[in-house]
Design a protein around this ligand. Structure first.
Ligand code: PEP
Ligand code: MG
Length: 586
């Protein structure tokens, strides 16, 4: 047995077989060439296998997620059926002796050159992205390498990877995954957020996992501790039995809180807190509702865009309307597209940036691709007739940006009006406070915005200038720094002065040590990861808001994060609303 340590990204305990997710090495020696006939036969065979693989993925995805996802792969199958494409490759083999791999790569380059001369519409970008995927698939099959893909996992899989990007996980087979272990990724990386929203145990920052875990190794992922994850590779029978006992105890401990899930989130002295869930899909919403969610404080819509084709207005409308109907009048805050940073949308084929987190991200990207934004806004306004939909804009760093976003909402409403389409023209609009500029402009912003929700994941990253996804910088990513807490206080005070409410939708809202401080700073809405809902209700019901205020005042006046955390651990744990999300792990 080997034991590795990682950082807790999402709590729980599970076991399963390692599914090692690693892109195959596609390098080859271009000078070792067979005769042209042999190369053509190899090409035929690689096309045949590639076609079969795509057909299999398409069928599985259509069955699991619906035909619209199967379609993405149908488009790639069409590339393989296209006679011109294959003729080009064979032409290269006839022209001069080369390997089939070289001919495929040359043909791709030629097409990519042609595409670059066309307009940069999202349609062309999507076609080129499909062609790129297909060529890589054919190349891999020419080299006889096995496919690695998260969309069709074997049952009971624990995915082991160096890094998982949102675009990798968007297609993931959710039926068969038990948990994740990654080498890279910080605590608020999107893979950590995804794991929490699916209530899947996950560890990030696990050095060596790729070297130590082999395909089909039996893995127990023990993430009961809030700070440290333990990963057991091939544990012996005695250890396995011990872990099985922990698993069932943990389940019982969680079930205790489930009894609380429909109670109101109100403090001992009667202060009501709006407790909402963070979601990225309708599946997440169903999971959150099972855990007691009555409202949504953050719908990360970009997850609808990471799966392949850009969703059309009608497709988006269906999803937003369905979510609003399911919430039956409960608040639904939908965040407009927050692409960029670590969230790459292949279909847009965006230029690689030196500093993606400081780059064309969130609202900035929406202003650049105005039609993409308008499609989403029209879908949102149409869906808003079905419930309490509120629109929230990410990465706002000036009042001008908020106003411009509002103007585009008006434009979308006018387009719908002139087309005679039913919609709500004026849903409430809010700002996500996740840049230091938005904190310092909170007064100006909350005079005009309907509400603010603080994205502490990014706010911490930008206040402390530390990449949230870099596990090596974990000790610099200090969400409890007095600097971050003071920023939250500044925002909440400004909003209150202007008669608006402040929510928190970053991961800090799900942290039991932070909750009393946030309430004490004047936050009245907490939007948490689904798995934290029942415990958060339990915690809020044990707190006194006056005491929370005193705790918050003391915490923000401290010098260092270490002082804040040490103080909170002593001050909060013995309270009735103590720290219930922390499992009493030895
Ligand atoms: C945040 O930044 O805190 C947030 C909630 O948004 P995301 O994690 O999607 O960037
Ligand atoms: Mg953010």
């Amino acid at each position: 047995m080997k034991t590795l340590l990682g950082l807790t990204a999402s709590p729980g305990i599970c076991s399963g077989k390692a599914y090692v997710f690693k892109a195959p090495d596609l390098s080859y020696d271009p000078s070792s060439i067979e005769d042209a006939e042999t190369e053509k036969n190899r090409l035929d065979e690689a096309f045949r296998i590639s076609f079969e693989e795509l057909a299999r993925i398409k069928d599985t995805l259509s069955g699991n997620l619906g035909d619209e996802y199967g379609h993405i792969f149908r488009a790639q199958m069409t590339v393989l059926e296209d006679d011109d494409f294959k003729r080009e490759i064979i032409g290269k083999l006839d022209e001069s002796p080369c390997r089939a791999e070289t001919a495929v790569e040359e043909t791709y380059k030629m097409y990519a050159g042609l595409f670059s001369q066309m307009d940069d519409s999202s349609y062309n970008a999507q076609r080129l992205a499909d062609l790129n995927d297909v060529c890589k698939r054919v190349l891999r099959n020419l080299l006889g390498k096995e496919e690695v893909n998260l969309s069709t996992l074997p049952p009971e899989s624990i995915v082991v990877a160096e890094e998982l990007l949102p675009s990798d996980t968007a297609m993931m087979d959710r039926k068969h995954i038990q948990g994740f272990v990654t080498e890279r990724g910080g605590l608020t990386s999107h893979v950590a957020i995804l794991a929490k929203s699916l209530s899947l145990p996950a560890a990030v920052g696990t050095a060596e996992i790729m070297r130590q875990a082999k395909k089909n190794d039996f893995i127990v992922l023990d993430v009961r501790n809030f700070e440290e994850a333990r990963i057991y590779i091939n544990p012996g029978a005695v250890k396995q039995r011990e872990l099985e006992i922990h698993k069932s105890e943990y389940r019982k401990w969680q079930e205790n809180f489930l009894k609380m899930k429909d109670l109101e989130a109100v403090t001992l002295d009667g202060k009501k807190i709006t407790l909402s869930a963070n979601i990225g899909s309708l599946d997440d919403l169903a999971n959150a509702q099972d855990l007691g969610a009555k409202s949504v404080g953050l719908f990360r819509t970009e997850f609808l865009f990471l799966k392949g084709d850009l969703p059309r207005e009608d497709e988006q409308y269906e999803v937003y309307a369905e979510a609003a109907k399911k919430l039956a009048g409960g608040m639904l805050i939908i965040r407009t597209l927050d692409i960029g940073g670590d969230k790459e949308v292949k279909a847009l084929n965006l230029r690689k940036e030196e500093n993606p987190f400081l780059g064309l991200r969130g609202i900035r990207l929406c202003f650049k691709y105005e039609e993409l934004f308008l499609v989403q806004l029209r879908a949102l306004l149409r869906a808003a007739v079905h419930g309490d939909i509120r629109i929230m804009f990410p990465m706002i760093s000036s009042l001008r940006e908020f106003r411009k976003a509002g103007e585009l909402v008006t434009k979308a409403a006018e387009e719908l009006k002139s087309a005679g389409i039913k919609h709500r023209p004026d849903p409430p609009m809010g700002v996500m406070v996740e840049t230091p500029a938005a904190v310092f402009l909170a007064d100006e912003l909350t005079r005009e915005a309907g509400f603010v929700s603080i994205g502490t994941n990014d706010l911490t990253q930008y206040i402390l200038s530390v990449d949230r996804g870099n596990e090596e910088l974990g000790s610099y990513y200090r969400a409890f720094s007095p600097a971050v807490l003071r920023a939250i206080g500044i925002t909440a005070r400004a909003a209150e002065k202007n008669g608006k409410w402040t929510g928190i939708c970053g991961e800090l809202a799900s942290n039991p040590l932070a909750i009393p401080v946030l309430i004490g700073l004047g936050v009245t809405e907490l939007s948490v990861t689904a798995s934290a809902l029942p415990q958060t209700i339990a915690q809020i019901r044990g707190l006194d808001s006056g005491l929370c205020r005193k705790i918050a005042e003391k915490a923000v006046s401290m010098d260092t994060e270490e002082d804040v955390k040490a103080y909170l651990k002593i001050e909060i744990s013995p309270l009735p609303g103590g720290t219930p999300q922390v499992y009493p792990f030895p």
